[in-house]
Design a protein around this ligand. Structure first.
Ligand SMILES: C[S@@+](CC[C@H](N)C(=O)[O-])C[C@H]1O[C@@H](n2cnc3c(N)ncnc32)[C@H](O)[C@@H]1O
Length: 265
């Protein structure tokens, strides 16, 4: 397999911090994801592909439900433990490497498409891996609500600077909404979408997920002159304060079905 040269994944960082960030993200988003996947009837006998599996919580949950699970990621360094759950783990780039297996009942990718350079092509490859009648579930964020408080937005200059840096790496602030068009563009049927935002309290594990985000981007934000280090530190102090409450991004879930008359790859 070739080295993944086309990756625009902005959060390639030290192992320990990425491990913590992924873990906190799972804590924040897994309940909403698993309830939506369960509603699709995933269970014993289902064939599932988890793309950009990260630390592996969703792949493990699918396996616990009795599904046959394949996990794909450009970085499988955190996924070895999944083999003990019966998950087939593959290293690869969804943008260009062969997708392992095929004829899946479910293909799921959370917080992955929003980091890809050619999103439409990647989604078409995901659809090609489905069996006729199988479901694609994409989950990506919309930034409309990020750090919104009852009084406005928590440190809006810092928030905007963080997204400006991320945009340089190909991140689109409305990617969750764009996924709806990508699902239609890839020929899926019965496309539906909904969003969920979480209420976050400062000083909690969920809050820490936001702190890691800003800490990671701080050198780039400050280095480009978008904000000062003191502004970022003030935002981090707010995020650590149990008296602060804000909204997360909106996690948009897009679900579409491959036509029963379409060919499997
Ligand atoms: C933000 S993390 C999300 C992890 C997991 N889906 C979750 O929601 O907890 C993005 C994951 O996608 C992986 N990834 C990024 N670009 C990828 C690509 N082109 N092909 C496959 N995986 C990719 C990263 O290595 C990382 O594990």
């Amino acid at each position: 397999m070739a080295e993944p040269a086309t990756i625009s994944y902005v959060f390639a960082t030290s192992f320990a911090r990425e491990e913590e960030r992924l873990s906190l993200g799972e804590h924040l988003w897994d309940p909403g994801t698993t309830s939506r996947l369960a509603a699709l009837g995933v269970g014993r006998g289902s064939r599932c592909l988890e793309i950009g599996a990260g630390r592996g919580s969703i792949a493990a949950w699918l396996a616990e439900c009795g599904a046959a699970v394949t996990a794909l990621d450009i970085d499988t360094s955190r996924l070895g433990w999944l083999r003990g759950c019966g998950v087939s783990v593959h290293r690869g780039d969804i943008s260009r490497d062969p997708v392992p297996g095929g004829n899946y009942d479910l293909v799921h990718a959370r917080l992955v498409v929003q980091h890809l350079a050619d999103r439409a092509a990647a989604v078409r490859r995901m659809v090609a891996a489905l069996r006729p009648g199988g479901h694609l579930v994409l989950e990506d964020t919309d930034t409309a609500t990020t750090l919104a408080t009852a009084g406005g937005v928590l440190r809006p200059r810092v928030r905007d600077a963080a997204y400006a840096v991320m945009a340089e790496s190909g991140y689109h602030p409305r990617c969750g909404l764009l996924d709806v068009d990508l699902a239609h563009g890839a020929g899926l049927r019965d496309v539906r979408a909904e969003g969920r935002a979480e209420v976050i309290t400062g000083g909690t594990p969920q809050g820490r997920w936001f702190a890691l985000w800003l800490e990671h981007l701080k050198p780039a934000m400050v280095g480009r002159g978008l904000v000062t280090a003191a502004e970022v530190d003030a935002a981090l102090a707010d995020i650590d304060d149990p008296g602060t409450r804000w909204l997360s991004q909106v996690m948009i879930t897009v679900i579409g079905r491959k036509g029963a008359d379409e060919q499997a790859a």
